[in-house]
Write a protein of this length. Structure first.
Length: 204
């Protein structure tokens, strides 16, 4: 196996150098066009880093769920989940974060790198309430780099092509996975059957 151990070796493999469009698209702020991408997106992936390693967490809500405050600040409500709080533990100890926004139907994705703090400010959390339920915390991100990503990955994967979508029955269910990992003590068919009702009462 050939491994790459220096930047010079790596850069020699990736020639020619990036075109101007790959460079000028990066900014240290949210431009009006970039704001439009954020406000159209109902889904983002949050990447964080901590002493135990890296974490990558899916985040989804109604389009525009990540609030743009001026051109250097984003606010992401922490909606209900499984209470593992892996990403939040990381942010408390290491503020570096990254977001990758997806927009259904569009090949363009949008990336933000920055630093974050956690907030439990009551007024702020009230402003994110849905159906009378507010998040427990909000993630306030100071933008350091922002840029769109070209569509090649989306086009190659055919992510939005409904004809390429799989039948969910073709892959293991969460209940089946949990049962296998716990020797049947957790999960199973009951877990899968009850998920819809459980989600309906715990979405927000």
């Amino acid at each position: 196996m050939t491994t790459i151990t220096t930047l010079a070796d790596l850069e020699a493999l990736y020639q020619p150098a990036p075109a101007p469009a790959s460079i000028v698209k990066q900014t240290g702020r949210i431009t009006p066009h970039y704001r439009a991408l954020i406000e159209a997106s109902p889904f983002a992936v949050l990447a964080t880093s901590g002493p135990e390693g890296l974490d990558c967490s899916p985040r989804g809500d109604k389009p525009g769920f990540v609030r743009v405050e001026g051109d250097r600040t984003l606010i992401l409500p922490d909606r209900r989940g499984n209470n593992r709080i892996d990403s939040l533990r990381n942010i408390v100890r290491d503020p570096r974060v990254a977001l990758l926004f997806l927009i259904p139907g569009s090949g363009t994705t949008f990336r933000v790198n920055g630093r974050a703090v956690m907030s439990a400010d009551g007024a702020l959390l009230d402003s994110f309430a849905v159906e009378g339920k507010r998040p427990r915390t909000a993630i306030i991100i100071t933008v350091e780099a922002a840029y769109f990503q070209c569509a090649r990955a989306i086009v190659r994967s055919q992510l939005w092509d409904a004809a390429r979508h799989i039948d969910p029955a073709a892959i293991p269910t969460p209940g089946q996975i949990l049962a296998a990992l716990s020797s049947g003590e957790v999960g199973g068919d009951d877990y899968d059957r009850q998920w819809q009702a459980r989600a309906a009462t715990s979405m927000w």
